[in-house]
Design a protein around this ligand. Structure first.
Ligand SMILES: C[S@@+](CC[C@H](N)C(=O)[O-])C[C@H]1O[C@@H](n2cnc3c(N)ncnc32)[C@H](O)[C@@H]1O
Length: 207
């Protein structure tokens, strides 16, 4: 049986109809209720120039588009957001202004090469924990890699609270030796609002 690209984790949206506030809350809010982006272009990232000058950025699990305006403002790239969770994506265009550089998809059938892949607080909620008929992060990564190339920059901001060890396992599956892996990443202090969150900042230039 072919595996399905379906929402997984507490974001599956099947049990609850999301208001915009719910969607923002389940995406990410600070303690102060701010819905601010994650600054992936920063002094810890050796590939800022590659990201700024990229053609196409893919955000897997884009949610309501929290990071879109930041990426439009700080890069010359197009943005492709992919998220199978319609309870999230139905609000995407309320959060994001219509822009010819932005595309939203509910599947992994892309029509372009990808120069930057972002997983911000997404892979952590899926991991290797899906049932057999639903794609896990290994399956999803294989699909994404059909569109990436040598030199594609991968940036992940993720924790391992729900599945200790998944990051090493994922790196092992794809022979990934990250160029950057900072544990308890402090450049995004708002993330520390959840006790024991322990976010990692991971950057890898695909070989
Ligand atoms: C915590 S939110 C993060 C959203 C966004 N990346 C951000 O930083 O604002 C996690 C996202 O993962 C999405 N998601 C759930 N299952 C998924 C899957 N199998 N593949 C891709 N995204 C998924 C959810 O719908 C949700 O939008």
């Amino acid at each position: 049986m072919k595996k399905k690209f379906e929402p997984w984790g507490r974001w599956n949206g099947t049990s609850k109809i999301f208001t915009l506030d719910d969607a923002k809350f389940y995406t990410y809010l600070t303690d102060e209720g701010e819905h601010i982006p994650t600054p992936i272009i920063n002094d810890d990232n050796p590939f800022n120039d590659e990201i700024i000058n990229s053609n196409n950025i893919l955000e897997i699990g884009c949610g309501v588009g929290r990071n879109v305006q930041y990426l439009l403002d700080n890069t010359n790239s197009n943005y492709i957001g992919v998220d199978p969770n319609r309870e999230m994506t139905k609000w995407f265009w309320d959060v994001v202004d219509k822009n010819s550089r932005v595309k939203l998809l509910n599947n992994l059938n892309l029509d372009t090469e990808i120069d930057v892949v972002l997983s911000i607080l997404t892979f952590e909620h899926i991991g290797y924990r899906t049932p057999n008929n639903i794609m896990d992060i290994r399956d999803i990564t294989f699909e994404i890699m059909k569109y990436t190339h040598t030199g594609t920059i991968w940036v992940l901001v993720e924790h391992e609270v729900e599945e200790p060890g998944w990051i090493d396992r994922w790196c092992g599956d794809f022979n990934i030796n990250p160029d950057v892996r900072i544990k308890n990443w402090s450049r995004f202090p708002e993330l520390n609002h959840r006790p024991n969150s322990n976010y990692d900042f991971i950057v890898w230039k695909q070989k």
